[in-house]
Design a binder for this molecule. Sequence first.
Ligand SMILES: C[S@@+](CC[C@H](N)C(=O)[O-])C[C@H]1O[C@@H](n2cnc3c(N)ncnc32)[C@H](O)[C@@H]1O
Length: 335
Amino acid sequence: MVERHLAKVDVVSSNLIARSISHHFGNGSNPSASAEKLSANFSLLFMFVWSKLSAEKWLDAWEERFAGNPNLVVEYVKGGRSIRLQLFCETEAQAQAVAKQFGGSIRKLAKADWQKPPAAPRPIKVRDAILLTAETGAPQIKALRKAHPQRTIISIPPEMAFGTGDHVTTSTCLRMLVDIARERKNSTWTVADLGAGTGVLAIAAKHLGAGETFACDFDPFAVSVAQRNAERNGTPDIVIKEQDVLKWKPRAKGYDVVLANIFSTVLIQAWPVIAQALARNGDLVVSGILATQAWDVFKAAAANGLGFTSVVTKGKWVTARGGHMTDLITKGNAR
Ligand SMILES: C[S@@+](CC[C@H](N)C(=O)[O-])C[C@H]1O[C@@H](n2cnc3c(N)ncnc32)[C@H](O)[C@@H]1O
């Protein structure tokens, strides 16, 4: 899944610096020679961008090829008939490997070009409950609170972790979450956010009244971004872990609400874990599903006893709300 905004080029790039730093200097325990240090410094000064133009009709195929790679940026060009794919690579060898497979060209990008501050996206409103902003300054947040007194203001600055709210999968999950929170008002409910990215869903859940909230992502960078965002938004009690969903062993009592905006391929493999993580009468919200893959995703969910009562398609993305089929059948049309 990619967020298709020109501004994201800078977001992606600037965060690669952080990744590069943690990759090369992370544990400080590698005494290897100055050659490595040189290469580390080099990677802090340059990156390599593989790029290729393609017809828009191949977008799905490209997204599947690069599924899960957060360093891919897609822009629409020529009035939407074509797309430009760009993959930001830390090393020239990585970029060359992609070019060898798919053609395209490689360019070297100087640090100065990729450190421009990204443009702040417009505030995003979710029902009448939430306003997502990229602003982080206290005066700006205060002004937003004053202008939107009925909304919870959530500040998620653009960083490379996915989940600023401007992708339809995130915003549709958020809308479903607001509805669930309203239905669960005056009760205590727990949440697991699987594939948390920036932590936006977990943070919103806390503000909407969730109790114990767990969030995980297998990307350590996303975990640190989510932790910063949880602090920033006054929800430091969210438990945020670096964890691969596919290897996760959820606690026996599960969670009342499970949110999983991850890719179809991950969902299909993760259904047994998700079914285990979802408490009886729990609410499940899933997204990140390409419409072309939805049938396979839902069939695999059904094989694990999970079903969906609400399916929303926006563009090519599908988001669905459901639960254990046994609970949905008992509840009938209560929703
Ligand atoms: C599409 S983003 C969703 C981010 C955020 N929850 C949102 O709704 O905007 C998917 C996230 O899932 C994470 N992810 C993908 N596969 C995963 C796995 N097997 N285990 C844990 N996290 C995973 C990615 O690193 C990414 O941050």
